[in-house]
Design a protein around this ligand. Sequence first.
Ligand code: F6P
Length: 363
Amino acid sequence: MNSSVKKIGILTSGGDCSGLNAAIRNVVFAATAKGWEVVGIFDATDGLFSRPMRYKPLTVAEFDFPYASLGGTMLGSNNTGNPHLQRKADGTMEELTDAELDKRFQDGVAELGISALVVVGGDGSMAIVSKYCKKAGISMIGIPKTIDNDAPGTDVAIGFETAVQVVTEALDKLTTTATSHNRVMVTEVMGRGAGHLALEAGIAGYADVILIPEIDYTYEGVVQKLRAVQAQGKRYGLVVVAEGVKNVDGQHSFAGNGKTFRGVSDSLVQKLHEDGFNVRGNVLGHIQRAGTPVPADRLLAAQFATRAVELIAQGESNRVVIYKDGEVKDEALDVILKIANTPVNPTGDLVKTARQLGIYVGE
Ligand code: F6P
């Protein structure tokens, strides 16, 4: 490689969402426009820790195939978070010490010849990768993504707008069958600690009840609203529940792995059924993390990617690109790490809008 040419790496980390491929594509295009080279690291940092390393040079030609119009990540991701356990070429696992991980990262970076790494992920991933980057003497720039839209420091993260679209479409579909059968449909959506997805898709999908982790609700409040809806002559009721909401007994519902919330809608459906409602429940699940990225996510990916490449060009490190007050900006990772995840503001505009529409969003 010509030594005047810069080479940068990119990886995706944490739970996937739509728009990750758009971010990768746009980093490649922006870097190529500067005459740089890009290498994609597979499966988050695992691609650098495993031997042989797993990576792929990424050129503009790679995107003749329309990866960037698809969900998922062409580089793979990892949200199980144990870098110490790595798969060997023969398929067996090996356990690495902290020192071995440091060495592998540094050797990997040297072998690839990269001087910067773009991390498309959550702030937790950025914090971990930035430590390795520091020791390896390369810069790290973060691009936030999450369908929960609670990433600290940014008003919006890659993946959220597409998830709102997916959930709204699902609610539209559930509405047609709900109205055919005079039913109440309870739909559980993702959102462990934040109800942005439930709130925005719920309003867009014309829900009657929206339950989010940030606002306490009562079962009586839900019933009262559904009865009122029936009394108004509406033939169906639409309830949207964020998975992180507590169930009617005040408990969280966990999935089989004991870590993920899932199933809170079941207890609600059961209780509504016992109270005489014609009710069905749906858990939308991982379909919310998929689908063609909507233009808003592609635009965000374009703006975040170009900002990330500019920051590298300016010799910056440990910065996160953000979208704040209608503008793309960037902030020091250290500052981002001190900011709490962004919940729904219970007294904010959208909650107010929901209440003004007569939607029950809790007490
Ligand atoms: O953080 C995004 C998210 O989609 C959450 O809303 C959800 O609880 C979680 O990921 C599910 O992750 P997993 O891929 O581990 O099932």
